[in-house]
Design a binder for this molecule. Structure first.
Ligand code: ATR
Length: 288
């Protein structure tokens, strides 16, 4: 007889991702893989929720004894605001991507995006060291904030931030502290002594124009990261590899940010390995 189908039971632990829209989210596939891999009686659901319904929806899933949830666009700031407790990283970044519902009904908010970024960087570019030199981050949205805070915590000596709309970069620098704002037009010059370049803009995303930057201005031991993961190999990463630089794709950050949530809700220590990467990457390719 073939293996019986996997079914839910009366004891299935539940979690999910709250977002609007949420159909594009890879989190159900990713958590579903770990649940299967670890043989856990759990389920992770897509939970489409409009902005005006977010608070009610969180309280509803908490009342249904969900173990917790991930939170994605556009709810990350609202998730932090409604929580009873939040970790210091989420407070600094002003957003949460992970909620854990305690048995006492308390809602705890965490932000694991910075953790995911650093873990992915360490896994894909093991030669990178925080103390090696300045980091240049392009873009001033939510992802950029988490990345800058994480790089600062990791001990990067100089953080440079360039964004097309300078005012947004100044606001981020003001809130986080310890970040130098560089004019968007000066981004190439900022690379000269940098050990890390991070694209945290949406440039390079499929259907968008590529990021205009001259990778050859980076020192030969620099690392280049992209948060864009559709396509997995962005023009920026292809250019970095062609110059012999270490390149870190955006899929790693997505996979690693999910680990703390999974461990809190379902237990275990989920790992990001080639099998998981291929499983999620196959879904990204299929959607194109
Ligand atoms: P998120 O919060 O997920 O990071 P976002 O707020 O939409 O997303 O941020 C997208 C980033 O890409 C922004 O830094 C944006 O720059 P602006 O603040 O000037 O809008 C950047 N971006 C998008 N299109 C761009 C373009 N054509 N040239 C330069 N930067 C661009």
């Amino acid at each position: 007889m073939t293996e019986p189908p996997r079914t839910l039971t009366g004891r299935t632990r539940l979690a999910g991702v709250l977002g609007w829209p949420v159909a594009h989210s890879r989190s159900p596939r990713l958590h579903g893989y770990w649940l299967w891999k670890h043989g856990i009686d759990g389920a992770y659901l897509p939970l489409p929720v409009r902005a005006q319904d977010f608070d009610r929806a969180v309280r509803a899933v908490a009342a249904l004894c969900f173990a917790g949830a991930n939170v994605t666009v556009p709810h990350k700031a609202a998730a932090l605001a409604l929580a009873d407790e939040a970790d210091s990283f989420a407070r600094r970044v002003g957003a949460a991507n992970t909620l854990v519902f305690g048995p006492d009904g308390r809602i705890v908010a965490r932000n694991t995006d910075g953790y995911g970024f650093i873990e992915s960087l360490r896994q894909q570019a093991p030669g990178w060291h925080a103390a090696a030199g300045p980091a240049v981050v392009l873009g001033a949205g939510g992802a950029s904030r988490a990345i800058l805070a994480a790089l600062s915590d990791a001990g990067v000596p100089t953080l440079r931030l360039a964004n097309r709309t300078r005012g947004r970069a100044e606001a981020v620098a003001h809130e986080l502290g310890g970040v130098e704002v560089v004019a968007w037009e000066e981004r190439m010059a900022a690379l000269e002594d940098a050990s890390l370049l991070v694209n945290a803009t949406s440039l390079g995303l499929e259907g968008k124009v590529p990021l205009d930057i001259d990778i050859a201005r980076l020192p030969s031991r620099a690392t280049v990261c992209d948060i864009v993961y559709v396509p997995l190999e962005t023009p920026l990463l292809a250019a970095a590899r062609a110059c012999g630089l270490a390149a870190v794709d955006g899929l790693g950050m997505l996979l690693h940010q999910a680990r703390p949530g999974f461990a809190s809700w379902f237990g275990g220590d989920p790992v990001v390995d080639d099998e998981l990467r291929s499983f999620v990457a196959a879904d990204l390719m299929a959607a194109r």
